[in-house]
Design a protein around this ligand. Structure first.
Ligand SMILES: *Cc1c(COP(=O)(O)O)cnc(C)c1O
Length: 459
C-alpha cells in the first residue's frame, strides 16, 4: 500500500506578523474590561481570532503586486476594466458594479427593485440582507429545507431551498414577489452548501413565475468545491466550471468580496439587465462613487481581480475545506457537540449541549466563548440568544451556537492543533463554567455592544 500524502497549505510564507501572546491573568483582566463581551476586546489582546472570515484573510504576493500597479484614475480606471473582464468571464453577467462591500450592493439592488411591500424569497437571508430588505419596507422569507434546522442531521447540501415551499410562496405572493435569492454557501445555516441540482430547480421555478433569480455569492468558490466533492457526477469538474455554471443560472448577484474575493474590503453587484443596472448606477453615484470605482480605490479593484482568479485554484480550495474538516474531526473525536456536517468556512460548536447546566437565558454560547478566550486567547463568536434573542419579546433562540470562523490563508495546521487543544481543555471542565446576565444592552443588535457579568450556576 502506498502511503497517503497529507494535504498541505498550498503557499509558503514570505511576510510574517507576530501573534499577540498573553498570560491568563492579563486575559482575565482584559475580558473584565471588555464587560465579558469578546466583541469589545482589542486585536492586540487576541492570540487566534476566529470572530469572522470577513476581510480577515491574507492576500497573495500577486495581489500585493497588483495593488502597486492599480490605476487610480477617477473615471475609467484601467483596474476597473480588468476586474470587469474577470467578473464577466466568471459570471457571464455583463453589468459589473463595484461597491465598497456586500451590504451596499444589497441595498442598491433592493432599492433598485423597489422591494417596498414586496417579498424576497431565499434559502436563508444573511443578516445584513434581511435588514436591507426590511429597512426598505419589504418582507424577507427564509425557505430553507427543514433538515437544515436539525444541527445533528447529516445531509450533503443543508443549504438547499425547499422547492415545495418556494413554489407555494410564488403562488401565494404572486405579483408581490420581487426576486428569488440563493445564498451560497448558506451562511445563516452554518456555511452549508447548495447543490447544483437545487440551484437549477430554484432558477427554473423563479423563471416560470417570471421572477429574477439572483445569488448572494459571498462564498461561491467554497460552494462550488462542495458541489464537486458531494454531488453525484461533479467530481471531475474544475471548481471554475462549476462556478461558471452556477452564475449562468442567475440574472444577477451580490457579493461581499471580503470572503471568496480574497480581499480585505470590497463588494460587487452584477446584473444581466442593462436597464436595471443603469438605475442601480444612479444610486451608486449617490452613496458609493463613480461607476468605475464604487467606493473602492483602484488598487482594491486590482487586488480583487486577482483574488477572484486565485480563489478557484483547486489546491487552495482543497486545503481550505480540508482545514475545516481537520478541525471538525479533531473535535468530533473528543466528543465535542457540533453542528453537522462541517461547512465551508467555520466549525459551529453546540453550546447548549456543551454546557447543559447553563440555561438559554444565561447564554451558554457566551460562557463557551469566554472560556475559549480565557484558556487560550482564542476569540470565537456567539450565535445564539445574545445575538438573536429579542428583549421583551423572545429572549432565547432554538440553537445556542459558537462559531469558530477561519480567516483565509492565515493560520496553519499547528494553529489548528492549538485550537483543538484549547477546546478540549474547556470541554474537560465544561460543568464548572458560569453563565452570564446582561447589565446593559442596546435596543437593536445588542450582541455587538452588550455588557455582561458572570453568574455562578450549580453544575
Ligand atoms: C458578509 C456577507 C454579506 C455582507 O457583506 P459585507 O461585505 O459584510 O457588507 C452578505 N451576505 C453574505 C452571505 C455574507 O457572508
Amino acid at each position: 500500500m502506498t502511503e497517503s500524502i497529507p494535504i498541505i497549505e498550498p503557499f509558503r510564507i514570505k511576510m510574517v506578523e507576530p501573534l499577540p501572546r498573553s498570560t491568563p491573568e492579563q486575559r482575565r483582566e482584559w475580558l473584565e474590561q471588555a464587560h465579558h463581551n469578546p466583541f469589545l476586546l482589542r486585536g492586540g489582546q487576541i492570540t487566534i481570532d476566529l470572530l469572522t472570515d470577513s476581510g480577515t484573510g491574507a492576500m497573495s504576493a500577486a495581489q500585493w503586486a497588483a495593488m502597486m500597479t492599480g490605476d487610480e484614475t477617477y473615471a475609467g480606471s484601467e483596474s476597473f476594466f480588468e476586474l470587469q473582464r474577470v467578473v464577466r468571464e466568471l459570471t457571464g453577467l455583463e453589468q459589473v458594479i463595484p461597491t465598497h462591500q456586500g451590504r451596499s450592493a444589497e441595498h442598491i439592488l433592493f432599492a433598485t427593485l423597489e422591494v417596498r411591500d414586496k417579498v424576497v424569497l431565499a434559502n436563508s437571508h444573511f443578516d445584513t440582507t434581511r435588514a436591507n430588505v426590511e429597512v426598505l419596507g419589504g418582507l424577507a422569507l427564509d425557505l430553507v429545507a427543514d433538515i437544515a434546522r436539525d444541527p445533528e442531521a447529516e445531509h450533503p447540501f443543508k443549504g438547499n431551498i425547499d422547492l415545495k415551499k418556494l413554489e407555494a410562496a410564488l403562488e401565494e405572493y404572486g405579483e408581490r414577489v420581487a426576486l428569488v435569492l440563493m445564498t451560497i454557501t448558506n451562511n445563516t445555516g452554518g456555511g452549508q452548501p447548495v447543490s447544483l441540482e437545487n440551484l437549477k430547480a430554484a432558477a427554473a421555478l423563479a423563471h416560470r413565475y417570471g421572477k429574477p433569480f439572483m445569488l448572494d455569492a459571498a462564498r461561491f468558490a467554497e460552494n462550488a468545491w462542495f458541489i464537486r466533492m458531494r454531488e453525484p457526477g461533479q467530481s471531475q469538474r474544475s471548481p471554475r466550471s462549476i462556478a461558471q455554471e452556477m452564475f449562468r443560472l442567475s440574472d444577477g448577484m451580490t457579493m461581499s468580496a471580503k470572503k471568496d474575493g480574497l480581499v480585505n474590503i470590497g463588494g460587487l453587484l452584477c446584473l444581466k439587465d442593462a436597464e436595471l443596472a443603469a438605475k442601480a448606477r444612479t444610486l451608486l453615484i449617490l452613496t458609493e462613487g463613480f461607476p468605475t470605482y464604487g467606493g473602492l480605490a483602484g488598487r482594491d479593484l486590482a487586488a480583487l481581480a486577482v483574488g477572484l482568479e486565485e480563489v478557484l485554484d483547486e489546491a487552495y480550495l482543497r486545503y481550505r475545506i480540508a482545514s475545516i474538516r481537520y478541525f471538525f474531526e479533531l473535535l468530533d473525536q473528543a466528543g465535542v457537540p457540533m453542528m453537522r456536517p462541517y461547512g465551508g468556512h467555520a466549525v459551529y460548536l453546540d453550546a447548549a449541549r456543551f454546557h447543559p447546566h447553563v440555561p438559554p437565558e444565561k447564554f451558554p454560547g457566551v460562557s463557551l466563548c469566554n472560556q475559549l478566550y480565557l484558556e487560550g486567547g482564542v476569540r470565537a463568536v456567539e450565535i445564539g440568544s445574545l445575538m438573536f434573542g429579542k428583549p421583551g419579546e423572545r429572549e432565547t433562540t432554538d440553537l445556542e451556537l459558537v462559531r469558530m470562523t477561519f480567516p483565509r490563508r492565515t493560520y496553519t495546521q499547528s494553529h489548528v492543533d492549538y485550537l483543538a487543544a484549547i477546546v478540549r481543555r474547556v470541554f474537560a471542565r465544561r460543568s464548572e463554567v458560569p453563565g452570564y446576565r446582561i447589565c446593559w444592552q442596546a435596543p437593536v443588535l445588542r450582541a455587538f455592544t452588550a455588557q455582561l457579568e458572570p453568574v455562578t450556576l450549580p453544575s
